[in-house]
Design a binder for this molecule. Structure first.
Ligand SMILES: [Zn+2]
Length: 281
């Protein structure tokens, strides 16, 4: 079953919003409420997925301030456990199940669980790769080019950052109306230069022929990009686009992410490569 996250919610019968939005971690996640952003955040919930002796686990101020991580992975429920949980759910008079929103996020029991092989699936729900790649590429582009109303790195985020992290250079000081420029944002004059380069790009027919038509150099905007355009940007353009404009560490991180997606989407991929990618991500 392949779908995007809202569809995931429908097929899994699990609401994918709020604190319990992850159907794998369930009540085990460390999601927390952002007082300025007014939403739940999963920031720094991912260090637990690292190997037990990974140095990042001990960095007390690189992620959330004064926090090291010792706990391990949350257990992924198998088909039998999910079906057993479904059978324990108690229906409420006004619809829905008891404990909704506090112990679980089950909205309904999906009929697909009646399929004879459903319980045996290792991964019953899987998010569509292109859709996911689109979202990741879009948020990187919006953030690095600091695109107004699209970047998640806004004033509210910087105010939350002051409470959660120890990054004084990015914080907003009382009375400040503009956020300090972050090292992951390209400078305005560089942004123009990158957009001019994007405008000159030529691809072979049926590959990504119209990307340059979506580039507006005057107001440095990308308009009407579709999943396939983001796919090309993520896997082919991103490492070239930011080289020399971002600090080498940041560029390397983006280049590695691009390589990760390129390998995942390759026509052929070996089991060994998949294991390597899983270890490195
Ligand atoms: Zn999770």
């Amino acid at each position: 079953m392949v779908h995007d996250l809202p569809a995931y919610g429908i097929w899994a019968g699990w609401c994918v919003h709020g604190q319990l939005c992850c159907p794998v971690c369930i009540a085990n996640s460390d999601a927390f409420w952002l007082s300025h952003g007014s939403k739940f955040s999963f920031f720094d919930c991912h260090r637990r997925f690292l190997p037990p002796n990974h140095p990042f686990r001990q960095l007390s101020n690189a992620f959330q301030k004064n926090t090291t991580v010792t706990k391990g992975l949350s257990k992924r429920l198998n088909g039998d456990e999910i079906v057993a949980w479904h059978s324990r759910l108690v229906q409420k008079g006004d619809g829905g199940f008891e404990g909704y929103g506090t112990e679980h996020n089950w909205t309904h029991i999906c009929g697909l669980w009646e399929l004879p092989y459903a319980k045996g699936l290792i991964l019953p729900h899987n998010i569509d790769m292109m859709h996911q790649e689109h979202n990741v590429a879009e948020s990187i582009i919006s953030m690095c080019f600091d695109i107004k109303y699209k970047t998640k790195d806004n004033m509210k985020a910087r105010r939350d950052l002051a409470e959660i992290c120890d990054r004084p250079t990015l914080q907003i000081v009382e009375g400040q109306t503009k956020k300090p420029r972050a090292p992951y944002c390209v400078k305005i004059k560089d942004k123009k230069q990158i957009f001019r380069w994007l405008k000159t790009l030529k691809f072979t027919d049926h590959y990504a022929a119209n990307i340059k038509r979506l580039v507006n150099v005057d107001n440095t905007k990308l308009i009407g990009l579709k999943s396939h355009d983001y796919h090309i940007i993520m896997e082919r353009l991103m490492p070239v686009m930011f080289r020399g404009y971002l600090h080498d560490d940041l560029w390397r991180m983006l280049a590695e992410l691009s390589y990760f997606y390129r390998q995942l989407c390759a026509k052929e991929i070996s089991k060994k490569m998949m294991q390597k990618l899983e270890r490195r991500i």
